[in-house]
Design a protein around this ligand. Structure first.
Ligand code: SAM
Length: 387
């Protein structure tokens, strides 16, 4: 029998549906806006979403699992509302009855997916957010750079050097034969350039095998149905990943990072994007401690693209009222040296940009007090050092 969630959990999940309606509607999915809104008033669907994994936006996790099953059953009546399966899709405001029937019919399968699959949403557009961070690191070290991605999902960000980038003002940088041009919406910051990469290592609880149709289906199910072009770009990027040598390591990053670092040459940059929301405060501290320990024998750089804590809490329905930080990302760069870390929030902005570069790490050769910068205007420092 299905365990009953506490009333507190059900209320939190109901809030997550209502907040998700606005967030995912604003991100371009009228279908998710309609389904999230109606689901908030359906106790059976709210109870089902209570099985979502800790740290996940429960409403989104359920919708992704339903989308995954539906992609394998294109004849189901619900399929006519999904732009992934029907062109043009039927009006979203009529979709909820078919969605409720689908959830009831596939309740056990949905519950199992919620309990076993992590949210692995990935978009190649995130390479345009990562590039300025990696450019800043490359300014400090001798290339080629070794990259370790924490929570890599399908490892798309590890192929950031394979794409062209459209910069503010119309310039394009990147390989001539790039299969995609990704836009880079950063105001200020370092001179952008394509890094020379040596080894690429992806660490994930469940690394995606891009050669598997079933695992590709999961990645597609995590996209918003109406976002056709980002999904097309994602599929192109999955082919790029398939053609690129990448070492995938399965497991909890906190447990495996020390061993992976020990096997990786210098210079090395560890990075993560949309991943730390799934971690407890203890895990974040343990991870930091492991990087500090490894930095006693060599420098380690770390880049992060993560929402502030308050934003995660808001999306999971955990906080009351509106959050100012809802829908924002913080971009950080840290250098670990001699067992200590200096970390700087270098940029921030809405989830999908535009981003504004607000600080350059004090240890950087490009910091305002270390000589002229190559891009953007000098900004005040906002760094912090921790032992
Ligand atoms: C939302 S995806 C982000 C994917 C990619 N970084 C991006 O931004 O496009 C988060 C990924 O982190 C992974 N993950 C979460 N906790 C993890 C942990 N403790 N160790 C390794 N991977 C983890 C999940 O399995 C998932 O693939």
């Amino acid at each position: 029998m299905e365990p009953v969630a506490t009333s507190e959990r059900r209320e939190t999940v109901r809030s997550a549906f209502l907040r998700g309606a606005r967030t995912y509607g604003d991100l371009g999915s009228p279908l998710y806006r309609a389904l999230f809104t109606a689901s908030a008033d359906d106790p059976d669907i709210v109870a089902l979403a209570c099985h979502a994994q800790k740290g996940a936006q429960p409403a989104f996790h359920l919708l992704a699992c339903a989308h995954y099953l539906l992609l394998g059953q294109p004849e189901d009546p619900l399929a006519r509302f999904y732009a992934t399966l029907t062109d043009p899709p039927a009006p979203p405001e009529l979709a909820f009855p078919a969605f409720a029937v689908f959830c009831a019919t596939h309740r056990d399968a949905l519950r199992e997916l919620l309990e076993t699959r992590t949210v692995q949403t990935t978009y190649v557009e995130r390479c345009g957010i990562l590039l300025p961070l990696i450019s800043a690191v490359v300014d400090e070290v001798d290339e080629p750079l070794n990259l370790i991605e924490i929570g890599c999902s399908a490892a798309i960000l590890l192929t950031l050097d394979k794409y062209a980038y459209g910069l503010d003002g119309g310039a394009i940088i990147g390989p001539q034969n790039a299969p995609l041009t990704v836009s880079c919406d950063m105001r200020g910051g370092p001179q952008l350039r394509i890094p020379v990469i040596a080894e690429r290592i992806g660490l994930d609880l469940h690394p995606i095998d891009v050669r598997s149709d079933e695992q590709r289906r999961w990645i597609v199910a995590l996209t918003l149905p109406e976002l056709r072009q980002p999904r097309e770009d994602l599929l192109t990027a999955l082919d790029v990943v398939a053609a690129t040598p990448i070492r995938l390591v399965e497991g909890d990053a906190v447990e495996r990072i020390s061993e992976v670092l020990a096997q990786t040459a210098s210079p090395v940059c560890v990075f993560h994007s949309a991943c730390l929301s799934y971690w407890s405060a203890d895990s974040k501290t343990a991870f930091d401690d492991r990087l500090k320990a490894a930095s006693r024998s060599r420098d380690i750089y770390r880049c992060g693209i993560e929402a502030p804590e308050s934003s995660y809490a808001h999306h999971q329905g955990l906080t009351a009222g509106a959050s100012q930080a809802a829908g924002t990302s913080e971009l950080t760069i840290a250098r670990y040296r001699d067992g200590r870390v200096e970390s700087t929030v270098v940029a921030h902005g809405p989830f999908f940009g535009p981003f504004e570069w607000i600080a350059t790490p004090a240890w950087s050769r490009r910091a305002p007090n270390s000589g002229p910068r190559s891009g953007g205007s000098p900004q005040p420092q906002k760094g912090s050092a921790h032992g």
